[in-house]
Design a binder for this molecule. Sequence first.
Ligand code: EPZ
Length: 430
Amino acid sequence: MEQFVIKGGTSLRGEVEIGGAKNAALAILAASIMTDETVTIDNLPDVRDINVLIGAMEDIGAIVDRVDRHTVKINGSRIQRLSVDYEYIKKIRASYYLLGALLGKYKKAEVALPGGCEIGSRPIDLHIKGFKALGADVDISYGLISAKAVRLEGSHIYMDKVSVGATINVMMAAALAEGKTVIENAAKEPHVVDVANFLNSMGANIRGAGTDVIRIVGVEKLHKTEYSVIPDQIEAGTFMCAAAVTGGDVLIKNVIPKHLEATTAKLLEAGCKVEEYDDAVRVFGGGELKSTQVTTLPYPGFPTDMQPQMTVVLGIAQGTSTVTESIFENRFKYVDELSRMGANIQVEGNIAIIRGVERYTGARVCAPDLRAGAALVVAGLAADGVTVVDDIYYIQRGYENLEGKLRQLGAQIEKVSSEKEIQKFVLKVS
Ligand code: EPZ
């Protein structure tokens, strides 16, 4: 298994380019098969989750032309299978976006039922509620979700909880339903807006994405388009936290500052300086980090996907901070690993009470999930000594060339796959 090995203590300085948003790209890729014409998508992040979903799409018969690492041409005219194998959903839950896309286009779809994951049980009852409201029969048996409809008819759907996935999945199916659909209590994340913009560029009629009421008027069919995915707000936020904990000065380029507002606000409260430009933000240390309070909420609240990284920043801030995780029920597993690096954090239910310590110390830790893995790398950058992060498979699901981008900013980090290479790195940096 590959690992990251990091020698902490270097203040990050310089510029870093942010890639396309994984969570927008996954849904956009799935939606691209909703037309029989060819769709070109660029600014895709070259990460594991994207490549797994593309594999799932090829498996059901979509024709995929990898123009380059960040650009694909997709044609969904020859799809023969409407059933997505468990092997894909096991690797990435977002394969379930093919349910909304296939149901919308073919009025039939079958996808393996996604199980829970490292951060929570991750039910999909709201996806199913939406499909049923549109007139689909949905059956769950033998670990499969099968949805089919003679016709899909617009409906008025109220989301009991704000759900990014359910909002996007239902929006896709409704795009080709007959008549008008209203989604109330819709998720407002930038990637929901990006998927709506993508579908509209294919001829869909979707209004209100980005607000909590999305109105969709179904159309007969969708057509070709060329589309560029928005920048990844979570990758950007992760680099903002890396600059903060190392007392560095980093210009994070190719971002939409508005999407980073909650992270910016909390880093400012924690004593950092942040300058916003048209498509970049600069984060530079303001000396001692200060404690603050964070609660994760649906957008535009503080993103749950930034919760571990922000906890790492507050773990070496002066005073006592709290982080409340209100979205997922099990997203503090990484705290045990962070404690092995010297953090002083107590988790009481969905609240982490963080008593700031002087500094982290390097240790051997394991990434329990994608964002927590990235957070442990951030902690290693600030730690005294050498940190080895195992199970970086998780991190590679959502971060393209993280180690290369960090090295460009002066970090001493390498990707290794043996004890020998770790020893070699330790000798080199000592
Ligand atoms: C998306 O997951 C993201 N994944 C997650 O990012 C992100 O953490 C999450 O949105 C919240 O922003 C992708 O976009 C691929 P939800 P999703 O439906 O859509 C409950 C990452 O690190 N819920 O908004 O699955 C659910 O249990 C990943 O990139 C239901 O109860 O999240 C949770 O408590 C991790 N029933 C809350 O809603 C449902 O039918 C929000 O989940 C659906 C969700």
